[in-house]
Design a protein around this ligand. Structure first.
Ligand code: GLN
Ligand code: ZN
Length: 748
């Protein structure tokens, strides 16, 4: 018996970030559309070849994109919001992605629980979809030459597309309009000789699945009429209670993720229809570790006991991992040898299929086992950290005094105190400094002196503006996670491990490979430099444990909770050291806390329990007189407000400008009793808000929350802004706060 293999998508950024470079050249007017498309198609063809040469039997095709695959389907289906309709072609496409001439882009949000962001389609009540599948069909045509009948077009299902959209009007009516267009697409593919397609339907793993049963059933009944083999593809979690009806849908195959959730249990409990092909997503498309052969083989054998009719494949598109681990020659060999990026994952998929088919793959299996043993020796456990974790008691998570009791001991400040979120503009001069230091062109002392000069300017500026609680400006940090990862043991950094965050923005997430510990203080030097320059309090600035974890590739041999706690212990030492160095205010940022929420509501509680505990573990060591701040730059708080309260931070700074005070209202409505930093200045826009606008925004805030609970600050760090924008905006912000402060004092 030969077991076949499939893929669900491949990295689309190019091995050397060619797509980013091509896009940026095009946007700057340095190259034309033809050049851009030629580069992107070259990479696409290269990927098809790589997958074919690796021995993949069914290669997903059509996931390549100039910016975002959801935007591609939005445009193919003619779901163009009014404000872009006067444009066409690439101009229209990139306007929807990035905005143009003051026309705002589509909103961007996270693709399920990944760190990839897609553009949210806007579907008006009277939307009249109109299909244009030319580019997609042309892609399929090009792939036929390389892949022959191995190709399998990847189609984003109308259900998932609609559920991810901002939809006005009736969902069912919109679906009715879309279905014939999808039907046409399938017919055209069939006319080209295509026999099977993938319909990607990740929405079915969320808590919404059962509400969609009717719409989903109707969709697949209608699409079945084209007579193509439709493979319904799910990933990121199990099908949960939707499994029994999903498995009965009129499709040729169903793909399940066996790396997350409990699909195996569902399969064993409810069986799997003999006439359908099961896509066994067993090679993790979301993480960068090679498979553990014992556990993978035992899972697949358990699946085999339920059905013999299956393919082996990655759990999801490989777009969430970098291209090729073999290029990470700077990493220690024992670590590099157990890393699996897209290229390696193809090999693993084929190896598992071969092992099951009885083909000879034992040599690769032996190599893999040897690589894991070598790695285990290399990443020797940190027994101190493990012991410290075991010894934790409830007290370690609890500040010594409650909020109300510690309040009076904390630093005295005027009403409506002003502060910023931490970073100040990262000019090219600052970035150059870091590059030169890395290249060895600056000594450590020279580099630090240059950073200190920026800190001094920044402190002086904040004093001149009249800000109450100052920051040092974060000039020494490339990135709020990388900076800490580089100083903690247990983290590794790649040279080429880029993954797409959105459009042309790629990130290189750190890899957590061992127990995390802090060999020495990470931020104390810069804090001291800044605090020595001013009488005003300077905030110590840290990134929180959950954010560091969620923006890294985690280990898979211990739980995420355990990793978060290890990071928290390291940060806890830093908090103590900052305090010892004289810091009266310490901010621990957790912008990624909410992003880590599981896809199913029923799993939120468990995640939030340990995530909030991790934050508490990192901060509870602070003395009562030390004021702990946290920062979250988003605006949905209503549904997790109790957990926010349980963080027990003295002050939380939030976004409140773009949401038009809604965030603050939610926080107030929920009875939040600690202090709130009202993020009144929208740092995502180059526009400088006027004192009047800021005053109004603040006044509205004061109506919802008592004055003594309110701080005044921008809604996020100022890193991406220019000094010319930041200085006047902060001046206006302070002026607005002082004005209201004066009025309040006059009344008192
Ligand atoms: N302290 C960080 C900064 O100011 C916070 C960034 C963030 O919330 N994403 O840049
Ligand atoms: Zn922020």
């Amino acid at each position: 018996m030969t077991i076949q293999t499939a893929t669900l998508g491949y990295p689309r950024i190019g091995k050397n970030r060619e797509v980013k470079k091509a896009l940026e050249a095009f946007w700057r007017g340095k190259s034309d559309a033809e050049t851009l498309l030629k580069i992107v198609r070259g990479i696409e063809a290269d990927n098809w070849q790589t997958q074919r040469d690796a021995g993949i039997d069914h290669v997903g095709v059509g996931d390549h994109t100039l910016y975002d695959h959801v935007l591609d389907w939005t445009v193919r289906l003619g779901l163009i919001p009014e404000r872009f309709r006067h444009l066409s072609g690439l101009e229209q496409y990139f306007a929807m992605a990035r905005g143009r001439d003051g026309i705002p882009a589509l909103e961007m949000t996270k693709w399920f629980d990944t760190n990839y962001h897609y553009l949210v389609p806007e579907i008006a009540a009277d939307a009249k979809p109109q299909a244009n599948f030319e580019d997609f069909l042309a892609t399929v045509g090009r792939s036929q030459i390389i892949l022959g009948d191995r190709l399998m077009p990847i189609i984003l299902s109308p259900i998932t597309l609609l559920k991810l959209s901002r939809v006005e009007g009736n969902f069912a009516a919109h679906l009715d309009q879309l279905l014939p267009l999808y039907g046409d697409l399938l017919n055209q593919l069939k006319a080209m000789g295509v026999t099977a397609v993938q319909l990607h339907e990740p929405i079915l793993v969320t808590s919404e699945a059962n509400d969609l049963q009717e719409a989903v059933t109707k969709t697949y009944q209608q699409l079945a009429q084209a007579g193509l083999a439709i493979h319904l593809v799910t990933y990121f979690d199990d099908l949960g209670t939707a499994y029994p009806w999903v498995k009965a849908l009129p499709v040729a195959g169903i793909s399940l993720d066996f790396t997350r959730g409990n699909n195996l249990e569902l399969l064993q409990r409810h069986g799997f229809p003999a006439d359908k092909r099961l896509g066994v997503g067993i090679v993790d498309g979301r993480n960068i570790w090679k498979i553990r052969p014992e556990s993978v083989l035992s899972t697949v054998k358990a699946i085999q006991a339920v059905t013999e009719n299956f393919w082996i494949q990655p759990s999801a598109s490989l777009q969430f991992v970098p291209h090729d681990a073999a290029r990470e020659t700077k990493l220690p060999e024992p670590l590099r040898n157990v890393l699996s990026f897209a290229a390696q994952k193809l090999g693993e998929v084929v190896m598992v299929a071969k092992l099951l088919s009885g083909d000879d793959a034992n040599a690769s299996l032996t190599t893999l086992q040897a690589q894991w043993s070598a790695f285990e020796k290399f990443s020797s456990a940190n027994t101190q950290v493990q012991a410290a974790l075991k010894k934790l008691t409830a007290d370690d998570f609890q500040r010594s005094l409650s909020y109300t009791l510690r309040l009076d001991r904390q630093l005295p400040l005027p009403a409506l105190p002003t502060t910023t979120i931490g970073s100040f503009p990262q000019t090219s001069e600052v970035r150059q400094l870091r590059v030169k230091y890395k290249q060895g062109k600056l000594t450590e002392a020279e580099y630090q002196a240059a950073i200190d000069a920026h800190i001094a300017d920044c402190i002086k500026l904040q004093e001149d503006i009249g800000i109450d609680v100052l920051v040092h400006g974060e000039f020494e940090r490339t990135d709020m996670v990388e900076y800490f990862g580089q100083q903690l043991s247990g983290f590794a950094f790649t040279t080429n491990g880029w993954v797409q965050s959105y459009g042309s923005r790629y990130v290189r997430p750190p890899i957590i490979f061992g127990d995390v510990a802090r060999p020495q203080p990470m931020t104390v030097r810069e804090f001291k430099v800044a605090q020595a320059l001013t009488e005003k309090p300077v905030k110590g600035m840290l990134t929180g444990p959950v954010t560091i974890l969620n923006w890294s590739f985690p280990r898979t041999d211990i739980s995420r909770q355990e990793q978060a706690f290890q990071i928290a212990l390291a940060l806890r030492e830093e908090v103590a050291d900052l305090e010892a160095a004289g810091s009266l205010v310490i901010q621990v940022d957790e912008p990624a806390l909410r992003e880590g929420l599981p896809l199913k509501l029923e799993n939120w509680g468990e995640y939030l329990t340990w995530a909030v505990d991790a934050f508490r573990l990192s901060t509870a060591i602070a003395q009562p007189q030390t004021q702990i701040h946290t920062h979250m730059c988003y605006c949905e708080f209503g549904d997790i407000i109790q957990d926010i309260e349980r963080l027990d931070a003295d002050v939380i700074s939030i976004e409140n400008s773009r949401s038009n005070n809604r965030t603050l209202q939610e926080v107030t409505a929920a009875g939040y009793s600690h202090q709130v930093g009202n993020g009144v200045y929208d740092i995502h826009s180059p526009v400088v808000p006027t004192t009047e606008q800021l005053t109004q925004q603040l006044q509205a805030g004061i109506q919802t929350l008592p004055l003594r609970q309110i701080w005044v600050n921008p809604d996020c760090g100022l890193k991406t802004r220019r000094w010319e924008e930041v200085v006047p905006a902060l001046k206006n912000m302070v002026a607005a706060a002082q004005k209201l402060r004066g009025e309040a004092n006059a009344k008192a």
